[in-house]
Design a protein around this ligand. Structure first.
Ligand code: DP6
Length: 398
């Protein structure tokens, strides 16, 4: 009897937001960066990609991927690189054990779903590629470590390599030409510093900005500030940041996070033609964070911005009222304050009075420009799940 079985494996993978930014490639094909970077993995209760990978000798079509119900093009070099690398690892095992099914020769059918609005402009490619690679690795029963898989996910999207781990994650730029040493590593697990919170202000962008892939290439080619950032500033900050995380020193963590975000956006402005990712709403969020830190007399909140106007604000749980509570006083009417933790953020009205009188215009800009908020925290890496998005017959479950 011929084998008609549908082989399946499912996983969920998190989003990560960098505190030391990856910006610049020394090899665009392999996504090898010009500097190391460091991120915080965010909780999957709020932001995650759920992926089921399946394969079967009965699939007659080519490799396919369905994301949030829409068929995706898998012919791109990045997705193809991930498929090719994972198949090669499976082939090796098959060669050693001729009795196991030759899964590497079957077409792949992959179904993915995000639990957050794709339109929010959040870095969904990181969670997407991390989930894709982890799910196929599980389907193929590869003995690969998260480090090894991060080398593959990196080829899908650079920042995806950091989503293979939970907690506080570094990506070592490496020096090998083939990228074998450009991998992610755990700086500290989520349990080391579990009270790290993140408030994301989703800012409605009028039009789509420059993609990170294109933006970073242009920065490397034209910015005069860029070499100093990649060669001197970031290596120093990587050390400072790892030390701050080890010591749970929020003051340093916050200061370095904000300096690095501003430094990265400065190289964008220094690019020809200049790239503007932050807008007036982003800058209003910065002003509020500055106000919060001035009032506290120390750094208790830290903003960071990726290749878009959304603000991510890190703070510790004990400062929830002073930080998230203040934003809630301005943005309480927006969607998202419920979060998934079931803890209501107290509104910080007293501090709000100060903000309104000193910076009413800033508060108005925020109110007008933020479409929703996401309250989340540091979280775990990819997790296997029995919850399959593909049924036994190989059909997508809706
Ligand atoms: C600003 O990982 O999206 O978010 O490798 O071209 O897919 P590609 O780029 P991508 O870039 C992320 C850039 C960033 C900073 C960061 O996450 O470190």
């Amino acid at each position: 009897m011929s084998d008609n079985k549908v082989y399946r494996a499912s996983t969920t993978a998190p989003v990560n937001i960098a505190v030391i930014k990856y910006w610049g490639k020394r090899d665009p094909k392999l996504n090898l960066p010009t500097n190391s970077s460091l991120s915080v993995t965010l909780s999957q209760s709020d932001l995650r990609t759920h992926t089921t990978a399946s394969c079967s000798p009965k699939f007659t079509y080519e490799d396919s991927l369905l994301l949030n119900g829409s068929p995706q093009d898998v012919s791109g070099a990045r997705t193809q690189a991930c498929f090719r690398e994972l198949r090669a690892l499976r082939k090796k095992i098959e060669a050693e054990n001729p009795s196991i099914p030759p899964l590497s020769t079957y077409p792949l059918n992959i179904v993915s779903e995000n639990n957050f609005p794709t339109a929010a402009g959040l870095a969904s490619s990181a969670a997407g590629f991390a989930a894709l690679v982890r799910a196929i690795a599980d389907l193929y029963e590869l003995p690969s470590s998260p480090t090894e898989l991060s080398r593959i996910a990196r080829q899908g999207s650079g920042s995806a390599c950091r989503s293979l781990f939970g907690g506080y994650v570094g990506w070592e730029m490496g020096s090998a030409v083939d990228g074998s040493d450009s991998v992610a590593y755990e700086v500290a697990p989520a349990s080391h510093w579990p009270n790290m919170r993140a408030l994301i202000l989703v800012v409605s962008a009028a039009k789509k900005g420059v993609s990170s892939t294109t933006g970073m290439q242009t920065t490397v080619a034209t910015s005069a500030l860029f070499p100093a950032r990649a060669n001197e500033v970031v290596p120093r900050r990587m050390k400072e940041m790892e030390k701050a995380i080890a010591a749970k020193d929020f003051e340093t963590f916050g200061k370095v996070t904000m300096r690095d975000s501003n430094g990265f956006h400065a190289t964008c402005l220094d690019t020809e033609p200049p790239i503007f990712y932050m807008n007036d709403v982003s800058r209003a969020a910065i002003r509020i964070v500055e106000g919060i830190n001035n009032a506290a007399g120390k750094t208790i909140a830290a903003y960071t911005f990726d290749a878009g106007p959304n603000a991510v604000i890190y703070y510790l749980e004990e400062n929830e009222k002073a930080v998230a509570g203040l934003f809630k006083a301005m943005l309480g009417a927006k969607e998202g304050w419920g979060g998934n933790r079931g803890v209501a953020v107290p509104v910080n009205d007293e501090a709000m009075v100060k903000v309104e009188s000193h910076a009413a215009a800033v508060a108005t800009t925020l109110k007008e420009g933020v479409s929703r908020v996401i309250l989340t925290s540091v979280g775990e890496g990819p997790m296997k799940t029995k919850d399959s998005l593909i049924d036994e017959a190989g059909e997508a479950i809706h």
